[in-house]
Design a protein. Structure first.
Length: 261
């Protein structure tokens, strides 16, 4: 009899066959999906900021100004440069991944719903803390904004505060903790979360509040920074921006819910 053929070498399975079909969580974190989700907010802010914030109420987002000043330090000018940079980053990430350009509309709808749900715990806590929490970091001009102006402000805060403190700040702090402090990955992420949360709290002006109330709200914003950072790490940049924007819009409406027009 010939040699037994019962022990055949294992067949190689192509990478296409090994690939597990993606679910919603993976699809929502694809660069092209994130870009499609952010596109309406980017467009609304870049158009609305000129009409309602700069030329109208004279308002300006601190995070957007800091990003613009960063680019200006390298000789790059333009109020829309942060938006172009954000789009460029996700286009490069998409091209590097070599992924399909197809975006599932249903995924975008679910991302919007998830963002609203994730914003609710922070909103409840802000309402418990009272009007000082919902109005912190704003001024009287915000209350007079029409609904479109409030949408512009909320979208901008979600986009550029998350870009500054999570997409750039958290990743930079994480990389520095690993490179300079030789910190393990988990501890480096925890340190980056705290550092960027403290920085996030400091961009909110609480100088008009009393000492004790100011300390309480400063801790609240540190907690909010950690919360948004965790959303970013677990659910990605798109949902983090959506949750932040949804929270800010609810807060802006809570300041004066009758002033929607």
């Amino acid at each position: 009899m010939g040699r037994s053929t019962s022990r055949l070498p294992p067949r190689r399975v192509s990478s296409a066959r090994r690939r597990v079909p993606r679910g919603y969580a993976d699809h929502s974190m694809r660069p092209v999906t994130v870009l499609a989700f952010l596109a309406p907010m980017l467009l609304a802010y870049e158009i609305g900021s000129v009409k309602y914030l700069l030329n109208g109420a004279g308002l300006e987002l601190t995070a957007h100004r800091l990003l613009a000043e960063f680019f200006h330090a390298f000789g790059a000018l333009g109020i829309h440069l942060p938006a172009f940079s954000l789009v460029a980053v996700f286009l490069v990430l998409h091209l590097r991944a070599g992924d399909s350009w197809r975006v599932r509309p249903g995924t975008l709808v679910v991302m919007a719903g998830e963002s609203v749900l994730l914003a609710c715990p922070l909103l409840v806590l802000a309402l418990i803390l009272g009007r000082s929490a919902t109005a912190a970091g704003t001024d009287g001009a915000v209350e007079t904004l029409p609904m479109a102006g409030k949408l512009t402000l909320a979208f901008g805060a979600g986009l550029y505060e998350e870009m500054l403190f999570r997409l750039i700040g958290l990743n930079l702090a994480h990389a520095l903790a690993i490179a300079l402090l030789r910190t393990p990955d988990f501890q480096a992420k925890a340190l980056a979360l705290v550092v960027t949360a403290v920085a996030f709290s400091l961009v909110h002006d609480l100088s008009a509040l009393g000492g004790g109330e100011r300390v309480l709200l400063r801790l609240y914003f540190i907690g909010a920074g950690i919360y948004f950072g965790l959303i970013y790490l677990v659910r990605g940049f798109g949902v983090a921006v959506g949750a932040h924007a949804a929270y800010d819009l609810m807060v802006l409406l809570a300041i004066d819910p009758t002033n929607g027009g």
